[in-house]
Design a binder for this molecule. Sequence first.
Ligand code: GTQ
Ligand code: FE2
Length: 332
Amino acid sequence: MKLTELDSELEKNQLSGFWKTRVPSHSSEAPYLWKWEPLLDGLLKASETIGIEQAERRAIRLVSPHLPIKSTSHTLQFTFSIVNPGEVARAHRHNMAAIRFVVQGKGAYTAVDGEKFPMEEGDLILTPNWTWHDHHNESEDPIIWLDGLDGPLIQSLNVLFFEDYEKDEQPITRQTGESLNRLGFARSPKENKDHLRGVPFRYAWKETYKALKTMSDGDRDPYEGALLRYVNPVTAGFTYPTMSCEIQLFKAKEKTKSHRHTSTALYHVFKGRGRTAVGEGHLEWKQGDSFVIPLWQWHSHENLADDESILFSINDRPVMEGLQLYREEAEN
Ligand code: GTQ
Ligand code: FE2
């Protein structure tokens, strides 16, 4: 029998010889950078064109030209939301875990499972898997924040659940700041397994920035500069089982060494300007820009500003570590 005959016979029966298979490599995703100006322009135009009741979320997502799906990476997604004064983005919940990192504006809050979390520039607010959340802008100006989501990962697992709340707003049942009081250094020793999914929480920029500035040269990483992880306050582990949030500061003219790893990261430039070498090329970034570093690509960062530069990022390292798939290689 000829091999081609065997192949077509098998094909008729929904079977396929493994000798035909080539295992696809991980290298199809490529780096990409989204500039701030067209994104901001789109957000401002959307804020005039689309009503919040029409959109549910007035958000624009960053779409990589190197993916078969409309997403920023194959596991994680960045979208940017704009909420006008007086608007309410109605309550819902989903088993995608999400984060908000406030880019510009103030005087808004996100309600998460009965607690209001104030939103100011640089704050990080968590809405873990299956927590009710609605957004409110009580200020005089529009507010813009970055949404980070593990949606692409959840969708690739075919396990997405989504539920609308019965009203636009959920009831407020907790004091503002209660989550921090409950999960501070004096806390109940009782275990709550739900906390493993992550907890509703606000990491105030004021405190984060202080922590960054407190880092000494001995705390700096040759590949990352001064890097902080936003840990789950209960486990002290990753922010979520699916997503780690991080912030890093580079001193004026700082240049890192190169490394590569099997986690994928999305970056947002909170302050400054610089250059990140990825694979064969490089990405030039400045405040407001966002970019993706796909997995297993050599990369290093360089701060081109005369002052500090600050990058906020999310990555899927918890998934890779959890599945025993995390690897890392460093330039020697
Ligand atoms: O704010 O709840 O950009 O559920 C995408 C999905 C924002 C949100 C997004 C969401 C949200
Ligand atoms: Fe949501």
